[in-house]
Design a protein around this ligand. Structure first.
Ligand SMILES: Nc1ncnc2c1ncn2[C@@H]1O[C@H](COP(=O)(O)OP(=O)(O)OP(=O)(O)O)[C@@H](O)[C@H]1O
Length: 978
């Protein structure tokens, strides 16, 4: 391999000093000497070595007496070179050596590797013949293909394979006659002598070529242009040397041998030590015109200058950065040392460890042993870690969490049932079931002496107070309250935490909760448990199971914390709108308390005693400033807020109170404005004026008193002072008068603010026009229309089943169904059609209505999907009503699944349905007999005023709906719709 090696490496290989040559007689002009010495001045004599060898001046006729010896050579006579000046005629045919990376310039060393044994043998042999010269020629790049494809040693291997003609074709024509200075194994040191040009190939293996020895074109040493160009080359080199220490070594050696300093040599030197690429160097080598060669070199060194400038700026920027950082580091260290010395602060780690120890010390007794062990281990680990390492911050955060948790700390629980009852009643009206359950819980706790963790699930439509009762329960039990919603939660890590190894890892919600509340027995409200997400990483429902299950949660393992925590004392209260949506294993572990929604009466109480009160306080209105009549509240509930919960009602009450607040403020402002315009002087302002006037005057007179030396003048002054003081007291009296008046004005103002009255006549001014509610679209249902009762996640609701005749004709009996009904409900309609047909056949055997009528059954609110079997009896009644042309009894609603034989099966949501029926002003409800118990369990106020019938056969419904005496009355009122 042909390689330019570093000077130090070269020196290692060839420790002998470089030869000192006899100065060439013709070489040095005085100017060049001066320039060279200036270069020399710039270089440090550090004993470095370069590739440059000040050998014979190329082209000159003098014979160098140099002998290049390595230390080994000097000891071994056999390998010593007997120096001979290579006369051109002796070397017309030379061995051609390929150079891969750069051409060899006359006067320079170059180590190369010769792999071909034949070539090596030939070189050895030529040394033995005492004709140790060969031709060194730069290899051309590969003509085709991308030579860069073969990188490094592969490319070199390829080159070594070149032989004979192929090698000959790849060689540049112009090369250098090279002295074989030494051979070590396959490494050969060449010293460049003079330029050669290949004329023809003589033999192929090893490649021998015929050459012409080239001489530089004659030039005038005193030519100004040549001088100027060389001067520029030297001064550029000088500049480069200032910035680049890399070059100094080369130049130092060069300037040592100043005797050989010629213009052509200067050009070669510049090109050889520049970082120019091989082709540019080859161009310099091929140039025989000294001026042109100098120009080419100048270009190269100029470029080098630019590079070294960039290098300098890069180095400077990096140095600045590093020194800045080092400075900061040193200052910080010093600061730390000073603080430590002064006892102001222990170092970070000690301070941190101290902080954590301080935190855990009071809890040590109650803290479980396994946790203490982990804490101690982590504290020891923290001391060993580097403060800037990421592991350190992970450990610090971990310890922060571990020590902040309330290990074994419990809030004193309230086992006083009466007090708890009082608190629960204070916050919520009704909700007897929930309150009872909580009181039972407290009673058990009292008897056991300790409370146990339980899971209560409050289910019901939105706005019935599930969340707020949770808060109230915590207050009643004297437990800390923490709420988190799991609606849409899809990541298990939210519950169980992330593993500590992740960046930004956090513990799960329960650990956060414990840290937040600071006690191990809080009440945790898990909101919207029915809306738990599907989970993309694990199943959140299963994670919740571990959290809630009393069997498992005594040893709940959070991934982040990695030590078990005891959650068995936590009271979990979950809320849900629809029980069915809660995963079964979870539901299994809960005690479900259903909150069905409120009837008007309950809403009245809630509005009057709770919502109004809190809203009034929130708006800063005094009770005497406002009156909302019962009629207005009733109208608000019945016409605006008919849903099961009271959130909408709360919003409306807030709206009313906001408007009242605005009215009061406006009224107040008008009164203010009137009083101000009547009284032109503001009392506060008058007081300020008075102060300034009095003080200034007195000060002025005082100064007069001191200065005045004449007794007459003094007497005058006293008089004036007296006058002024009289003025002041009259002013003061006047101002006090004004202030008094304005006080009185203020009193009148408050009196003038009228009380705002809200009754049903002006209710619309506060909340706008009543919203249209579709649940009571008929005052009296016409023929073919019957009211049913439904249950939804929003609570119970009433719905109509409408049937109408499309067309009649022999054998056209069919049923069309619409209203976004599900499969079950569609089947119910078909069953109802069959039953109605059979009943009609029984009641009116001659009536062919169903056989010949195309009917259409519709369930309004077509945009709402509906399903379920409980409308079966309503559908049957609707079909019969149409067939018999009889409307059903007024204010009747029914619900119940009907079988093909007319049996009535039980339904769900009795309470919700009853409440919905009451809301819609229904007087009679028909329920399946199997639901009698559900109805009996309802609070009396819910059942109040309802005429309820329990049936197990459809014929009972038929009698109730189409009772004859009723029919007579109604028939008169409602004309037949068909
Ligand atoms: N029985 C009640 N007595 C007094 N205030 C009540 C009662 N029921 C509900 N409220 C009030 O109604 C508002 C709405 O209640 P809350 O937010 O608890 O409803 P929710 O059932 O949790 O609804 P969601 O299912 O939408 O979360 C609260 O301000 C609450 O105080």
């Amino acid at each position: 391999m042909l390689k330019l090696i570093s000077s130090s490496r070269f020196h290692r290989l060839h420790p002998t000093p470089l030869p000192v040559l006899r100065p060439s007689p013709d070489s040095t002009s005085p100017l060049l000497r001066v320039l060279a010495s200036s270069l020399r001045g710039l270089t440090r004599r550090t004993g470095g070595r370069s590739f440059f060898c000040s050998d014979s001046a190329e082209g000159s006729d003098h014979v160098p007496d140099a002998e290049v010896k390595t230390s080994e050579e000097s000891h071994s006579k056999a390998s010593a070179i007997v120096p001979t000046y290579p006369r051109p005629e002796d070397y017309l045919t030379v061995l051609a050596l390929p150079l891969i990376h750069r051409p060899l310039f006359p006067g320079f060393y170059m180590p190369i590797f010769v792999k071909d044994p034949k070539v090596l043998a030939a070189l050895q042999e030529s040394r033995e013949r005492q004709a140790p010269y060969a031709g060194a020629f730069l290899l051309k790049d590969e003509p085709e293909g991308d030579p860069s494809a073969l990188s490094g040693s592969d490319a070199d291997k390829n080159v070594y394979d070149l032989k004979g003609k192929e090698l000959f074709n790849r060689l540049h024509e112009v090369g250098t006659l090279a002295q074989i200075s030494s051979i070590h194994g396959d490494q050969v040191i060449l010293i460049g002598h003079r330029r050669l040009r290949i004329t023809e190939m003589v033999s192929e293996d090893p490649l021998t070529v015929k050459v012409d020895h080239l001489k530089d074109k004659a030039y005038n040493k005193d030519d100004d242009i040549i001088k100027a160009t060389s001067f520029e080359v030297i001064s550029t080199l000088r500049d480069v040397l200032k910035t680049s220490s890399l070059w100094r070594d080369h130049v130092q050696t060069y300037t040592k041998h100043i005797g050989d300093f010629t213009y052509p040599r200067l050009a070669d030197f510049g090109a050889a030590i520049s970082g120019a690429n091989k082709l540019q160097c080859q161009q310099v080598l091929e140039e025989l015109d000294v001026y042109k060669r100098l120009k080419l070199t100048l270009e190269l060194v100029k470029k080098e200058m630019e590079i070294s400038k960039i290098q300098e700026s890069i180095a400077k920027a990096i140095e600045e950065k590093i020194s800045g950082e080092q400075r900061r580091y040193l200052l910080n260290e010093q600061l730390k040392a000073i603080k430590k010395e002064l006892g102001l602060e222990t170092d970070d780690k000690t301070a941190l460890t101290g902080k954590f120890r301080e935190r855990i010390e009071p809890k040590r007794e109650k803290c479980p042993a396994h946790v203490l062990q982990v804490i101690d281990e982590e504290l020891a680990k923290l001391q060993l870690l580097e403060a800037s390492s990421s592991e350190f911050s992970v450990t610090r955060n971990y310890l922060d969490w571990l020590t902040a948790l309330p290990w074994g700390e419990y809030s004193d629980e309230n086992f006083d049932v009466t007090r708890a009852q009082k608190i629960l009643d204070e916050d919520h009206y009704g909700l007897t079931d929930v309150k009872e359950r909580i009181l039972e819980f407290i009673a058990v706790g009292k008897l056991r002496g300790t409370s146990q963790g339980k899971i209560i699930c409050l289910s019901g439509p939105p706005g019935v107070g599930k969340t707020s009762i949770g808060r109230s329960i915590a207050r009643a039990l004297n437990r800390k309250f923490f709420r988190f919603s799991v609606g849409g939660l899809a990541d298990v890590a939210e519950i169980k935490g992330h593993r500590r190894t992740y960046i930004g890892a956090m513990p799960g919600k329960m650990v956060q909760c414990l840290k937040n509340v600071g006690t191990a027995n809080p009440l945790v409200l898990i909101d919207e448990i029915d809306k738990l997400g599907r989970g993309h990483a694990g199943d959140p429902a299963s994670a919740l199971l571990e959290l809630l299950d009393p069997e498992q949660n005594a040893n709940f393992l959070d991934h982040y914390l990695d030590v078990t925590i005891d959650l068995s004392k936590v009271l979990f209260v979950c809320t849900a709108n629809v029980i069915e949506m809660i995963p079964n294993p979870l539901l299994d572990r809960m005690e479900v308390v259903a909150i069905a929604g409120y009837i008007t009466d309950e809403k009245m109480h809630i509005a009057r005693d709770y919502l109004e009160k809190s809203t009034r306080e929130a708006c800063g209105i005094q009770p005497e400033q406002v009156e909302v009549t019962d009629a207005a509240l009733l109208a608000l509930i019945e016409n605006y807020c008919r849903e099961a919960g009271v959130r909408n009602l709360q919003k409306h009450i807030e709206k009313i109170y906001r408007k009242i607040a605005l009215q009061l403020v406006r009224q107040g402002e008008t009164t203010d404005a009137t009083s101000h315009s009547a009284q032109s002087v503001e009392p506060e302002k008058a007081e300020v004026d008075y102060d300034e006037l009095g003080q200034n005057t007195v000060q002025k007179e005082n100064s007069g008193l001191v200065e005045g030396s004449n007794p007459e003048q003094i007497g005058e002054t006293f008089k004036e002072v007296d006058n002024v003081q009289t003025d002041i007291s009259s002013d003061q009296a006047e101002c006090l008068e004004i202030a008094k008046e304005s006080e009185e004005d203020k009193k009148i103002e408050t009196k003038t603010v009228e009380k705002v009255l809200v009754d049903e006549t002006n209710l619309a001014d506060f909340v706008g026009k009543p919203v249209f509610h579709a649940d009571r679209i008929y005052d009296q249902t016409p023929v073919g229309v019957v009211m049913g009762l439904a249950w939804t996640a929003m609570g119970g609701s009433t719905l109509y089943i409408e049937t109408t005749l499309v067309q009649q004709g022999e054998g056209k009996g069919s049923l069309r169904i619409t209203g976004q009904l599900g499969d079950v409900m569609k089947e119910s309609a078909q069953i109802a059609h069959t039953i109605a047909r059979s009943i009609l056949l029984e009641k009116e055997p001659e009536n062919p209505f169903f056989a010949n009528s195309e009917l259409h059954l519709h369930v309004p609110a077509g945009a709402t999907p509906k399903d379920g079997p409980s409308a079966g009896c309503t559908m049957t009644t609707s079909l019969l009503s149409l067939a018999m042309k009889k409307p059903v009894k007024k204010d009747i609603a029914m619900t119940g699944e009907v079988t093909l034989t007319g049996k009535i099966l039980p339904i769900g949501g009795v309470k919700e349905k009853t409440i919905a029926a009451r809301r819609s002003g229904i007087k009679t409800i028909i329920f399946p007999s199997a639901n009698r118990r559900d109805f009996d369990e309802l609070a009396p106020n819910v059942k109040e005023g309802i005429d309820v019938h329990f049936v197990d056969d459809y014929m009972q419904i038929f009698d109730l709906a189409f009772g004859d005496e009723q029919f007579q009355n109604i028939e008169k009122q409602v004309p037949n719709a068909l």
